[in-house]
Structure formats: C-alpha cells, structure tokens
Design a protein around this ligand. Structure first.
Ligand code: ADP
Ligand code: MG
Length: 260
C-alpha cells in the first residue's frame, strides 16, 4: 500500500464498505423486438444486499446476466469495482471471476465430486495450488454445512445441499459480489430455509449480494434495499420496510397482493 493511502491494511473491508461496487448506467437491452431492459440505473455499494423482485418476465434474470456479462447490452455501461465491463477477452474472464453466480438450477458439474466442484475453478482459473484449494474448499463446505458430503457426487445430495455447494463454489473464487438468481425457487419447501440461512450468514459477513427472490422473509431480514422490476424497468427502489408496508406504485401493490 502506498504511503499516501490512509486506510490501515487490517481493515480494508470496513474502510471500503459503502463505496460503489456495481454501477449500472442507462442500460438498455432488446431481444429482437422485445425491450427487456429499459434505461436501468442503479448502484450497489460494497457490503450491500439488494433484493430484486418482480413478476416473471420483468427482466430480473437478464439484468443479473448482464452484470455477469453472460448477456450483452445494447447501450449504457456496467462497471464492477470501477472497471467497465469489457466486450470480451481475458479481462472478461477476470471480471467474471470477481462475480459469483448462483442459479435456480444449481448447475453443479454432475460428473465431479462435491469437493472437485468447489476446487475446480480456483485451480484452473486462479492457479491456486491443489492442496490450498482443497483446504479452502473444505472450510467453505463446512461454512455452508455440507463438509461431510465432500466426496459424494452432486446427484447423491438433496437440492438444498446442492444449492449450498453451489454457493460454496462461488465463494471459492473470492468474488467481490455474488448474484443469486432465484436460488430457492427449485427447492422443496423444507429445504428453502437451509439455503436462506446460508445467505443471511453471508449478508451478515458483509458479502455484497444481488438476490432475485420472492422470499420476503429473507428480504426483510437481510436486504438493505429492494428493487422492484416490471416490464424491463426498475419501478420502485426502497428499503424492505418501506416497500412491503407502503409500496408506492400500483404495479408493486398489485404484485405484492398476489404473493403475500
Ligand atoms: P425474469 O427473470 O424477470 O423472469 P427474464 O430476464 O428471464 O425475466 O426475461 C425477460 C424477458 O426476456 C422475458 O419476456 C423473456 O421471455 C425474454 N427473454 C429472456 N431471455 C431471452 C432470450 N435469450 N431470447 C429471447 N427472449 C428472452
Ligand atoms: Mg428469472
């Protein structure tokens, strides 16, 4: 660290907490004639938990995928930690490594053990020595409560366990941000809480998270902010308290009346 930087080395995270980490500016995106993201502007600060909710087809997944550059955008900019998302190439792989992504459908590698699922990317992409990757992976599997499943294949685990492995896998890359797109929607009801509990723990630890979910309990407990999307627009942006007790737009009121 240079002499002119005042931050003490030991408290990097807290010193930097609150700075913008993801900045989405004037983003538009079409799929053919469908205008799926309409002038999206939002900033997610370091350490913040943002819950994105809204009706099916409103563009929530597309926004997440654009932030991870799994989708291109037509116009506007998205930057992560001050770096504008590049078009392609090596920089993109590096940026993507900084952004963890957890999908509804777990997406574990079916033919790799749980442990290998978690160590693969650190070893291949980050060139972490195998022993070190295994040690870290076991710590993470412990943290999400599935360390005793490390040698099993994904299909031998319950959905809730698989999703917790998927979270451990994304944490293994030390991401700056984790995007979770309906991480509990494919789970049987009795498994939802075990995944939400892990997410609440991450939030408490200061992980920056963008979570698409209709789990209002999670939003109330962990979210700093709720973004309500409809028809490709951010219609409302509020604290969970404001949003759930006093939504201002008719579309949000209508949506909440259907899910609550
Ligand atoms: P949400 O996650 O809020 O349900 P999505 O972002 O998945 O919404 O989708 C927004 C709209 O874009 C939907 O109408 C969907 O059918 C459409 N869409 C999503 N992905 C594609 C694609 N690859 N090609 C064409 N249309 C798409
Ligand atoms: Mg979606």
């Amino acid at each position: 660290m240079a002499d002119n930087e005042a931050a003490p080395a030991t408290s990097n995270i807290s010193v930097r907490r609150g700075e913008p980490l993801v900045v989405v500016s004037d983003v538009d995106k079409h799929f053919g004639d469908l205008h799926v993201l309409k002038n999206i502007n939002t900033t997610v600060n370091r350490g913040e938990v943002v819950v994105v909710i809204g009706p099916s087809g409103s563009g929530k997944s597309t926004l997440c995928r654009a932030i991870n550059r799994l989708e291109t955008i037509d116009s506007g900019t998205i930057s992560i930690d001050g770096v504008k998302l590049p078009e392609e190439g090596a920089d993109l792989a590096r940026l993507r490594a900084d952004v963890g992504m957890v999908f509804q459908s777990f997406n574990l590698f079916a033919h790799k053990s749980v442990l290998e699922n978690v160590t693969l990317a650190p070893i291949k992409v980050k060139k972490v020595p195998k022993r070190q990757a295994i040690e870290k992976a076991m710590e993470l599997l412990e943290r999400v409560g599935v360390a005793n499943q490390a040698q099993k294949m994904p299909a031998q685990l319950s959905g809730g366990q698989q999703q917790r492995v998927a979270i451990a896998r994304s944490l293994a890359m030390n991401p700056k941000l984790i995007l979770l797109d309906e991480p509990t929607s494919a789970l049987d009801p009795e498994m939802i809480n075990e995944v939400l509990d892990v997410m609440v723990g991450l939030a408490k630890d200061g992980m920056t998270m963008i979570v698409v979910t209709h789990e209002m309990g999670f939003a109330r407990k962990a979210a700093d902010r709720v973004l309500f999307m409809a028809d490709g627009e951010i219609v409302e942006e509020a604290t969970p308290e404001q949003f759930f007790t006093n939504p201002t737009s008719e579309r949000a009121q209508d949506f909440l009346s259907k899910i609550l």
